[in-house]
Design a protein around this ligand. Sequence first.
Ligand code: ZN
Ligand code: ZN
Ligand code: ZN
Ligand code: ZN
Ligand code: ZN
Ligand code: ZN
Ligand code: ZN
Length: 1754
Amino acid sequence: MASELEPEVPAIDQSLLECSAEETAGKWLQSTDLTREVYQHLAHYVPKIYCRGPNPFPQREDMLAQLVLLGPMEWYICGEDPAFGFPKLEQANKPSHLCGRVFKVGEPTYSCRDCAVDPTCVLCMECFLGSIHRDHRYRMTTSGGGGFCDCGDTEAWKEGPYCEKHKLNTSEIEEEEDPLIHLPEDVITRTYNIFAIMFHYAVEILTWEKESELPADLEMVEKTDTYYCMLFNDEVHTYEQVIYTLQKAVNCTQKEAIGFATTVDRDGRRSVRYGDFPYCEQAKSVIVRNTSRQTKPLKVQVMHSSIVAHQNFGLKLLSWLGSIIGYSDGLRRILCQVGLQEGPDGENSSLVDRLMLNDSKLWKGARSVYHQLFMSSLLMDLKYKKLFAVRFAKNYERLQSDYVTDDHDREFSVADLSVQIFTVPSLARMLITEENLLTIIIKTFMDHLRHRDAQGRFQFERYTALQAFKFRRVQSLILDLKYVLISKPTEWSDDLRQKFLEGFDAFLELLKCMQGMDPVTRQVGQHIEMEPEWEAAFTLQMKLTHVISMMQDWCALDEKVLIEAYKKCLAVLMHCHGGFTDGEQPVTLSICGHSVETIRYCVSQEKVSIHLPVSRLLAGLHVLLSKSEVAYKFPELLPLSELSPPMLIEHPLRCLVLCAQVHAGMWRRNGFSLVNQIYYYHNVKCRREMFDKDIIMLQTGVSMMDPNHFLMIMLSRFELYQIFSTPDYGKRLSSEITHKDVVQQNNTLIEEMLYLIIMLVGERFSPGVGQVNATDEIKREIIHQLSIKPMAHSELIKSLPEDENKETGMESVIEAVAHFKKPGLTGRGMYELKPECAKEFNLYFYHFSRAEQSKAEEAQRKLKRQNREDTALPPPILPPFCPLFASLVNILQSDVMLYIIRTILHWAVEHNGYAWSESMLQRVLHLIGMALQEEKQHLENVMEEHVVTFTFAQKISKPGEAPNNSPSILAMLETLQNAPYLEVHKDMIRWILKTFNAIKKMRESSSASSVAETEGTITEESSRDKDKAERKRKAEIARLRREKVMAQMSEMQRNFIDENKDLFQQTVAEEASNSAVLDNSPMVSDTTLTALGPAQTQVPKQRQFVTCILCQEEQEVKVESKAMVLAAFVQRSTVLSKNRNKVIQDPEKYDPLFMHPDLSCGTHTGSCGHVMHAHCWQRYFDSVQAKEQRRQQRLRLHTSYDVENGEFLCPLCECLSNTVIPLLLPPRNIFNKLNFSDQPNLTQWIRTISQQTKALQILRKEESIPNIASSKNSENMDELQLPEGFRPDFHPKNPYSDSIKEMLTTFGTATYKVGLKVHPNEEDPRVPIMCWGSCAYTIQSIERILSDEDKPLFGPLPCRLDDCLRSLTRFAAAHWTVALLSVVQGHFCKLFALLVPNDNYGDLPCILDIDMFHLLVGLVLAFPALQCQDFSGISLGTGDLHIFHLVTMAHIIQILLTSCTEENEMDQETPAGEEELAVLALYKTLRQYTGSALKEIPSGWHLWRSVRAGIMPFLKCSALFFHYLNGVPSPPEIQVSGTSHFEHLCNYLSLPNNLICLFQENSEITKLLIESWCQHIEVKRYLEGERDAISYPRESNKLIDLPEDYSSLINQASNFSCPKSGGDKSRTPTLCLVCGTLLCSQSYCCQTELEGEDVGACTAHTYSCGSGVGIFLRVRECQVLFLAGKTKGCFYSPPYLDDYGETDQGLRRGNPLHLCKERFKKIQKLWHQHSITEEIGHAQEANQTLVGIDWQHL
Ligand SMILES: [Zn+2]
Ligand SMILES: [Zn+2]
Ligand SMILES: [Zn+2]
Ligand SMILES: [Zn+2]
Ligand SMILES: [Zn+2]
Ligand SMILES: [Zn+2]
Ligand SMILES: [Zn+2]
C-alpha cells in the first residue's frame, strides 16, 4: 500500500534553513586554519543534507547544499554577496575565444569537409550556423556525449576558425596574456585557498575506498549507523538479469527494479536498500549469489550512509567548480593551477593525476562529472592544456592498462580524452618530441599483445575469450596512434626526425610481429578439422591500414626521414627473410636460351602467409622514393645495392600464387577461413596495404631484373614451369581423361598467371609507379566502378578505400566522368558513366572481383552493341611509367613472354589436341593488345633521333624459332580470326590486326613520305564508313520490323480486353480506369440524372458476372445464388479526427448511434477488390488457420498477420485482410414497391413517420413490460390508433440466400468487433449501427482524399476503391435484413427523433454535436425497416428524398450557427441575388429563435458563401452514397475536375440550386423544427461562448510540418528529455508525425501498461493518437516507423534526402539532409488512404526478419 504512494519526504532540519552563508564565510575569513574550519563545517552538515533515507531527493538536496555548503564558499570567494560579486568578475573578464561547449548525448555536431583539419574537429550548432562553413560541404553527426565544440581553435580549422559570436574578441587577444591580471589580488588569494581545499576534499572522498569509515577529519561526533546497499554498474550483466535479481534480493516490484536498473545503468551506481548493516548485507549476499553463476558477480558494496553523503556532495562540488570557473578565465586558471600542483608525495601526486589514476575504480557517474570538469577547465586553458597533455602522456601506459582491464565502454574512460589532446597538432608534435609519444603508444600496444609463436610473431590461434576481449579494447590504442598522426608536420626539427624515426622503429617491430603470422599449409587428403581463427589478425591489419598509410605520408614529407625509414624497413625485411635461401640446393630453370637459379619452394606444399606488412611497407616507401625523386637525387644514400630482387618478390609472389591456387580449387579442404582471408586481402578495407602493395612489390622487383628470369620464376611458383618448358606436355595431359581435374586446375592457374602479368604491366595509376597524380588514380577507380552499373553516391564511396579525403577526392572528379540522375519518389540518385569515358575501361582492372569483372564485361559489350560498334574491349591507352619502373614494359616483348603467347595461341589453333580455355586466350589477346598500344604510344611520343626499342610488332611477325618452327604469332592470329569456335573474340582479333597495321605504317612512314600514310588512313576510313552505313541500314530495317510487331500485339491486346472486360476488371487490381465503363453505358445518357427520390433515373438492370480467384469459376451476382465476397480489411481510424484526446473509455457501454462531428474515432473498410466464393474463402481461411496452429506449435514464429484475430492475406495479392464483404445487387430495387403518383410532401411525410415511430414506441414499451402477456398485445394494438396502412405485425421475408445472409452477418460482426474493440456478438443491437457508420466513414475519407488531391468526385477511381465502396454501401443497405426488425426500427426512431422532436427521447445530443452525413446514412439505411410495414403507398424513394432534405436543412442550420463570418472588410456592394436574400431571411429567423444570441447579421453574400462552402463535403459524400446505393450513373460533368460542380451536384441529388428554397417550400414545419433545434441547451451554451463546436467545412488533417533542414530536428530532439526520468536525455527520441508529440521510445523508463502488457512509448501513443496505428520519425536514426497494433511494424524510408538524392537511415554518412516534399506527401497519402497497416503487411511479407522484432517495445 505505502509503496504505491509517493515516498514520504522527511522533514527538513530547521537549523539548516537558519544557516547564513554570509556568517559562515565571515567565520572562515577570520579563521587561521581554514582547512580545519571548512572540514568541520562539511563534517557537520553534509550528512545532515544528503542521504537521509532510502531515496534521494535531488531538488531538496541541491537547495540545501547551495544554502549551507556552497553559498558560504561563494561568499568567501567574492568577499561580498555573490549575486553582485560574480557578475563583476564576469564583466572584468576577457572571455576566451574558444567555444568549448560540451556536447550532450544526441546533440548535432558539424564538421566542415573542406576546412576541418581532421574529422574530429566539430562545431556546435550555434557556432556552425554563425560560421563560414555553413556554405561549405559539411557533415552532420549526432554526438555520443562528451567532446566539445572546437570553435575558436585555430589549429582545428584551415579556414574560418571563429564563428560570428566567438570572433568578437579575437582582435584584442594577445596569446600570452595572463588571465589573472583581470582579477583583484584578494580574490585570487581567497579563490586559491578555497579551491585548494575543496578540490582536495572532492578527490579524497571520491577515491575513498573504505566502506564504513570516513577520513579522520570528517568523522562526526554523533554518528547514526545507517547503511546503503550500493549496486554498481557493469557491462557484463543485462538489464533483464539485473531487474530479475533485484526483485528477488530486495523484494521490490518490477517497476521499482526497472527504476533501480535504469539509474545504475545511467549513473553507474544506485543504492537498492537502506537500513542497518545486517539488513543491507543480506541483500548484498543474495545479489552476489544470484549473479555469480556464469560470470563474475555484480559489484555490490554495503556503505555507511555518511560516506555516500560525502561522495554525493563531492560530485556536486565538482560540478559547482565547473560552473564557477565559467565566470572568469582567471578563476579557471586558478583551478588548473590547483589541480596540477604536485602534492607532497612527488610524482603523480597532483589532484589531476590522482583522479586519472583512479579512473577505472570510480563509478560511471563520478567519472563523467570529473571528465566534464577537465574539459571545461584544463582543456580550455591554453597554458594548462599543454601541462595536462604532458601529464596525460606520462601516465599514458598506466591509463591504457587500466582501461584494458576495466569493463566500461571507452566513452566512460579518461583514456578517451586522448582524442581531445592528440588531435591538436601542436600538442601532438610536442608530445612526440618531448615525451616520445609515438614510441610509448606502440610499445604499450605491443605490451598488451604478448601471445607470440616461436618466431616471435603474434599468435591468434586458440585465443581465449578473455584475450579476445582484451584485444578488442586494446585496439583503441591504434586509434590514438591515428590521432597523433592525423596532422602532418609542416616543418621538421632534428628532434622531431629523431623521435619520429624512433617511433618508426617501434612500428617496424610491431609489423615484424605480423610478418608471416597465421601461416597456412595446404590440406590434402581430408578436410581440416577446425576452422582456424583468422579474424583477429585481419582485424589488426584492418585497424592498422590507415596508420600504415599515414606513416608513409609522414615519410614522404622529409627526404632525410624517407631515406632513413627506407633503410630501416629494408633491414627489418632482410632480418625477417634471414635464411630464406638456406636449405636445399637451388634449382635451375631455362627457357628460350635464358636460364635462372631459384630456390625450391612450392606454395601448395609448404607454409605460406598472407600477412606481409613489412614487405608492403617497403613497397610503399619504394614508390615514395620514385615519386619524390629521392631515388634520382641521392642514389648514393640509398641501400639500392643491397636490394635483391628475387628476395623482394618472393613472398608477395607466394601470396598471389596462393590466391590463384585457392581460386583454382586446390585449397578446398582448408575450409572457409582461407576463403575469407583471400576475400579481405582484395577487399577495399584492406587492399591498399595488402594486395595493392604486393603488386607494387612485384613491379619493383621486376623492374630491377631480367624479365625473362622473372617470368621463369613466376612459372615455377605457379607450378606451371613444366607445362611450358616441356613441348607437348599439354597434349599429353589432355589426352589422359583421368586428369580432368588437374587440367582444369592448370588452366585456371595459367589464366591467373596471365592476369598477373597484365596487372604488373597495366597497373600504373599509383603516383610514383606511373606518371599520374592522385586525381587520375581516383578517377580511374570511379570509371571502373561505374562501368559495372550506375551507382548511388554512397555505393561509390563504399567502393573506394578509406582515407581522409576519400569523398572530397571523389567529388573533385565525379563531374568529369559521370552524369547525375535525380531520384524519383522512391530509389536514389544515380551516377552514370559518361559515354566518352568508356574508352578508358580496362577489362582486367585489378580491383574488380570476379563477379564485378563479368558484370562489367557484359555491360560494356552491351553498350557497344547499342551504339552499333564492334564489341572488342581493347586495353586502354596507359600513362607512361616513372623512370624507376620504366623497364617493366619489357616483360611484354621478352622472349619468354612471346614464347608463352605463342604456345597458348598454338593450343588454340589446334584446339582439339590441347587443354586450353577461352579465358586464357582472351588474356593473351589482351596482352598482345597492351603491347601494341605500348608500341604505338612509344612511336607517337618518340623524340627525334631516338630509336624506339620496343619492337613487339616486329617480333610477332617473325615465325617461331627452332626446334618446332611454329608460324608467327601474327599468322596464328590471322588463322584464329576465322575460327568458328572463337566468334566472341573475333572483334578483338580484328582490332589487334588493325592496330598492328597502323604500327607498321607508322614505322614505315618514319622513313617513307607522309602522303602514303594519309592515303592509307583514308581508304581504311572509307571502308569503315561503308561498314558503318551497312550496319545502320540493317538496324533501321530491324527497327521497323519491331515496331510493326509491337503494333500488332497491342491491337490484339486491346481486342482481348474488350472481349473480356468483366474478367479484366476483376482481376486487374491496379489503377485501371475501366471501372466507370458500366456506369457510362450509353443507355442512360439522358440529360439530367437523378440519384434518388421518386424522380430517380431508372437504370436498366445489369447482370454482373464475376470470377472466383480461388476456383476460377464464373458466377452471376444474384439475390438467391451463393454469396460472392471481396477480401476486406476493417480498421479503427482517427485519420479524420478533429479531437485526438478523445478515447472511448468503456467500449462495452459505448453508444455509437450518433457520430460526433469531430469524427474522433471511425471505422474504415478497405478492400483489394479480389472476389471469391464465400465457401471458397471459408475453406481457404480454415486451411490458413490450421497451418498457423501447426506452425505455432512447431516453432514459435510470428506471421505478418494475426489469424486468431481473423486476419489473413488475400490469396491473390497478399493484401492484409480481416473479413469479407458480400457482393450484392442494388438492394433498393428489391424492396422498392410500386411508385404511386401521389406522394406526400415533406410536411405530410414527417407527420406520417412521426405517427409511425410513436406507434412503434408504444408497442415496444408494452412488449417490454413482462406482465402484459402477449395475448393482450392485439387488444392494445387495436386501442392504439395505428396510422393508416401501417402494419407493425407484418414481417417481410428475407429475399437473400442463406449463404448471403451468413456473409451479411459475418461482415457486420467483424465491423462491430473491430470498430468497438469488443468481443464479437452478432446479436448486439449496435451491429447495424457500426455497419452504417463504417459505410459513412469510408465514404467521407475517400471524399477527403479526392478533394485534397483536386480530383473529380466521379473521375476514374481505382478499381479496388470503386468495388469496395459499391459493395460496402450495398452491404450496409442490406444488413437490416439479418438484424432484428425491432432493433433497426428502434435506431430509426431515435435518429429521427433527433431532427423531429419526440417527447419519448429526453437526452438527445444537440444538432451541433452530430455528424450529419453519418445521420443521413443511418436514417436512409434504417428506413426500410419501417417502410416495409407501411402499406399506405409511400415509396422508399420518397422517404429517401425527404430524409435527405431534412438532414440537409439541419446541416445548413448547423453551418449557419457555427459560421464565423468575421471578415466584414470585403462587403459585397452588388445587388444581392436570390440565394443571398433567402439566406439572409433564414438567418433572421434563426436569430429570432436564438434570442438574438447569434451575431449581428453579416451580409447575405457572406452567409451564402459559407453555406455553399460548408455544405460541399456533405453533398459530395451524399452523391457518392446515393450513387453506389441506387446505381444511378454520375453526370458526366462531375467526372472531370473543374469548378465546384455545386449545381450539378444539386441536380443529381434532387436538390434546388438555391438550397434555402427547401426551407421556403415547407416553411411551416421547418420553422417548428428550427425552433426546436435552437432550443437545445447546448446551442445556447455555444452561442454564449461557453463551449466550442466544429465549424464547416472541416479542414483535412495533415501530418505535421517538418523542417526543411534535418539538423533542426536533431537539435530539437537533443533538447528533449525523458518525461519520466527527471531531466534525463532520451536515447531514442521519436516524433509522432500525426500530432507532433516527441516520445521517449524503446526504453524501459517510458514503458506503460496497456491491456495488461508493458509497451513502449510509441505503442502506447498509437492507442490514443491513432487508435492503434502510428507514423513516427525516429530522429536519431532518421527513419520512419509505422506501427499497427502491438505486433505489427516496419521501417519506412524517411522523407529526407541528401544532395545526392539518398536517404541516410541510421545517420551514418552524415551528409546534410533536406526535406523531400514529394516523399513526405507520399507518406501522408498512405495515411489518408488507411494503407499503413497494409504497407506494414507487405514489408513484413517481403522481409521476414521484421516479423521477429518486438514492435510493442518501441
Ligand atoms: Zn560552439
Ligand atoms: Zn563559436
Ligand atoms: Zn569550411
Ligand atoms: Zn470459388
Ligand atoms: Zn487481393
Ligand atoms: Zn500522435
Ligand atoms: Zn523515458
